[in-house]
Ligand binder design. Sequence first.
Ligand code: AVJ
Length: 321
Amino acid sequence: MMNVANEILSGLVNHPKSLSNLQCLHYDHEGSLIFEKIVLQDEYYVARTERSILKSNADEIIVKTVDNRNKRLRIVELGAGTASKTSILLAAAVKHQGSAIDYFPIDISSSALTEAQSSLTCLVPDVCVIPQIKNYVTDEFILPNFDGCTLVIYIGSSIGNFSREAATRILSHVHKQLKAGDALLLGVDMCQDPAVLLPAYNDKNGVTSAFHLNVLLHLNREFGYNFDLDQFRYKVIWNKHHSRVEKHVESLCSQQVKCINQSEEHIIYFNQGETIHIEDSQKFTNEQITMLLNNAAFQIEHIWSDEHKWVNIIIARVLPK
Ligand code: AVJ
């Protein structure tokens, strides 16, 4: 397996250039802070819509998850970030159970997890927060033995940032760590009008642009590159064929970027107008989601949505193995 530095370099010397399989590059300290601003932008309906579905249905989601009343519940979250939406579900779980609940947020950003822990302590004091700083794509989560039901939360449509193969791998990896009767709560953004989708990824305040350009800054800070941010701009495309919003950064001129890493030097050549494919946000149909979950041996039990059917929140169960 290649290390991250080599994966970056090979993504940049390839044609077309792409870093879209390296999600971890977005969420350094700066990137996590910018992301928290994205979710506040008017155009970014995804977070707002998902939050309102969770608010209206939190009790029912918890009841449906723990279909057996004597069972205790614990909650794991992949890519928890600052857990601001999850607090709604945690409060419902504490109320339903009538006692404290264990919550295991997993994220690669330690600063986001620190923030999650301190805000939950105030918002839902009956939650015992046990954070794990990990890359959920590659690492296993660690859970003590438990005879109740484990609910893994994976919301925000983060699954859409991965290729179909990688998404299947993530879900299978989660499935492997669960037992029969455990559940997955998946939040996904559905296929819809590009007139709604494109502004969501190109807000007028330029926050989403800054989020993606930060990947180049991250490469400068951590991997020895010398990208000049004045010579690049953010560009968003609706790829109808693949049903995904593609985020690129485009070179404004023909130029060379250097990477000086452990005495080795590499030069990356850019033509004017050439782009680096930075991230995808896949938008799903019901059939695609069903197939994705079934391929990872999960069975859909219930779906909640908003009035426009923009976002789906799905409970899927681990079947007896
Ligand atoms: C991480 C999936 C919530 O793709 O919608 C938002 C990341 N990137 N704007 C998404 C993101 C640019 C976001 N999620």
